[in-house]
Write a protein that binds this ligand. Structure first.
Ligand code: ZN
Length: 270
């Protein structure tokens, strides 16, 4: 199963990479709207009544056992603005369709490899640069395989995974967010990779030195893992060793001190 997921991940990475190039290209040519009209939000929202409904648990670091694979029937809009580093975006709270960060810049400004293909918020560039430089000085190579994704790109991303999962919404919802529910729309989420796995995206990253380095050090630069191993019932997503979200150094320090995973920390702030 792991092998299959890795293969799917590698193919997905190629397609996602292609998508990113397409979007960048069309934006430069101001034809994005034309392009977007071809994107159909074709997946059906299915509520699996056999799964326990989401009960938000705020202000608690206690792990509460509750299945969270199904989107709740009552989807709410995020309580903070998308620009807020602590905005809670998950299966219950959705970003507005038209939300896009206003300070997107090329990720290459941070010096990270492959940065030229992705956009990130300017607010995190200096800290990312510091992190990439420090990692490199310790013999750790980091590359980026995904950064900002617009609402419409997320529709394509989700539909790709839906297809890769044989049309199973339940399976897809464990590995990909529906449009509006992705941290990538914030421009502060980064999918990392490394030369150790030929810049592949997915499960194989967990076995790299880069992955271990990030797990120990990323918080010092403001980055926190979003979907850690063993907390799938709380985050709603399978373990993603490669996906980090930037919340700034001070808040990342708070997360570490609190002992909470990012999801619970953000729930306590929203
Ligand atoms: Zn990601």
């Amino acid at each position: 199963m792991e092998i299959i997921r890795n293969i799917i991940g590698a193919v997905g990475a190629l397609i996602l990479s292609f998508n990113t190039h397409t979007i960048v290209y069309t934006e430069k040519n101001t034809n994005e709207e034309t392009n977007r009209s071809n994107i159909v939000e074709s997946y059906t929202i299915v509520t699996d009544t056999s799964l326990e409904k989401l009960t938000p648990k705020k202000s608690t670091g206690t792990v509460v056992s509750t299945s969270w694979w199904s989107y709740p029937s009552n989807i709410k809009e995020c309580t903070k603005n998308g620009n807020d580093l602590l905005v809670l975006v998950n299966k219950e709270y959705k970003l507005p369709k038209n939300y896009a960060p206003s300070d997107l810049v090329s990720a290459s400004l941070s010096g990270i490899r492959k940065g030229e293909s992705y956009m990130l918020r300017k607010i995190l560039i200096n800290d990312l640069k510091e992190m990439v430089t420090k990692a490199k000085s310790e013999g750790i190579d980091l590359s980026i395989r995904s950064g900002y994704r617009s609402y419409n790109t997320q529709i394509s991303t989700y539909n790709y995974w839906l297809s890769a999962n044989g049309g199973s919404v339940a399976a897809t919802d464990k590995v990909s967010a529906r449009a509006g529910h992705s941290q990538h729309q914030l421009g502060t989420a980064v999918d990392f990779s490394s030369s150790e796995i030929a810049d592949g995206l997915g499960g194989t990253f967990a076995g790299t030195k880069a992955s271990k380095w990030l797990a120990n050090n990323a918080w010092k630069y403001g980055f926190v893992i979003s979907f850690p191993s063993g907390y799938e019932s709380i985050t709603g997503y399978s373990y993603e060793s490669w996906h980090y979200r930037y919340i700034g150094k001070a808040y990342a320090q708070e997360v570490i001190n609190s002992g909470m995973i990012l999801e619970l920390y953000l729930r306590s702030k929203n």
